[in-house]
Design a protein around this ligand. Structure first.
Ligand code: NI
Length: 255
């Protein structure tokens, strides 16, 4: 069995976990999971991630607004996020970012909210967990402008974009997508990312690695992703788990 699994990005508030959340979370350490960052996407889920982090020692919390939850955002919410960041289990501002896939929300408003949250993260000296979907150019411009610490999670860009992210001192998060048959770019990125900048993640309940693609994802399935990355980098899955756990602890300032 593999151990030292650090899942740098999970959504355990999701309704798909309602039937067995506590049972599952109580079982993960026994399956080799040593750390999880539970990312909020709005105020209620951010509060829930903080509560959950207090129930389980190995869980840490990230708080913030996801771009697709823009319509939940109200004046004063940033103050609530700032308040939540005082909690000792909060290790990042996230999940924040830009998502141009659905065009559901205005790009201008997404940019504005992402920028406010990056500025807050810099003020609090916390890293950001950044979501970039079909918004690589605006993402890079924003990150270059403010130079936050952090990770671009579930990275879907090219090696060229990854190089820019790494140059900014940030980390690249890879998940189940590297195991997908059509995953050309994620595989190239998995080969390129410097060892000290790689994080591994589930983005669960989504992005389930092969051979469980289509089923619910959770942190215990990370070894399948690690195995694929290990094959690409010609090393062992345990080695990938060890280095990504070390990197996560460094980025999120976990002792
Ligand atoms: Ni996510």
């Amino acid at each position: 069995m593999m151990n030292n699994i650090f899942d740098s990005h999970a959504h355990y508030d999701d309704g798909q976990f309602d039937s067995d959340r506590n049972e599952l979370l109580a079982s993960l350490e026994g399956k080799g999971v040593s750390g999880v960052v539970f990312c909020g996407v709005n105020i209620p889920t951010s509060k829930f991630s903080v509560e959950t982090a207090h129930q389980y020692g190995y869980i840490y919390s990230a708080v913030g607004f996801h771009p697709l939850n823009l319509s939940d955002y109200k004046d004063g919410d940033l103050e609530i996020i700032k308040e939540l960041c005082k909690d000792e289990k909060v290790v990042a501002i996230g999940e924040i970012g830009l998502d141009y896939h659905y065009e559901k929300e205005s790009r201008h408003e997404q940019l504005e909210l992402a920028e406010k949250q990056i500025i807050l993260a810099n003020e609090l000296a916390l890293p950001v967990i950044f979501h970039d979907r079909e918004s690589h150019e605006d993402t890079l411009n924003l990150l270059k402008k403010h130079k936050p610490k952090g990770v671009v999670h579930c990275f879907s860009g090219s090696v060229e974009t990854a190089k820019e992210i790494v140059k900014l001192g940030m980390y690249i998060g890879l998940g189940g997508a590297v195991t997908f048959k059509n995953a050309v770019k994620p595989a190239q990125v998995a080969k390129y990312v410097p060892s000290d900048r790689l994080l591994i993640e589930t983005d669960c309940p989504y992005m389930t690695p092969v051979p469980f693609r289509g089923k619910r994802n959770d942190s215990s399935l990370i070894p399948y992703t690690a195995q694929k990355i290990a094959e690409i980098r010609e090393t062992t899955a345990q080695e990938i788990l060890d280095l990504t756990a070390e990197n996560a602890k460094t980025l999120f300032n976990i002792k």
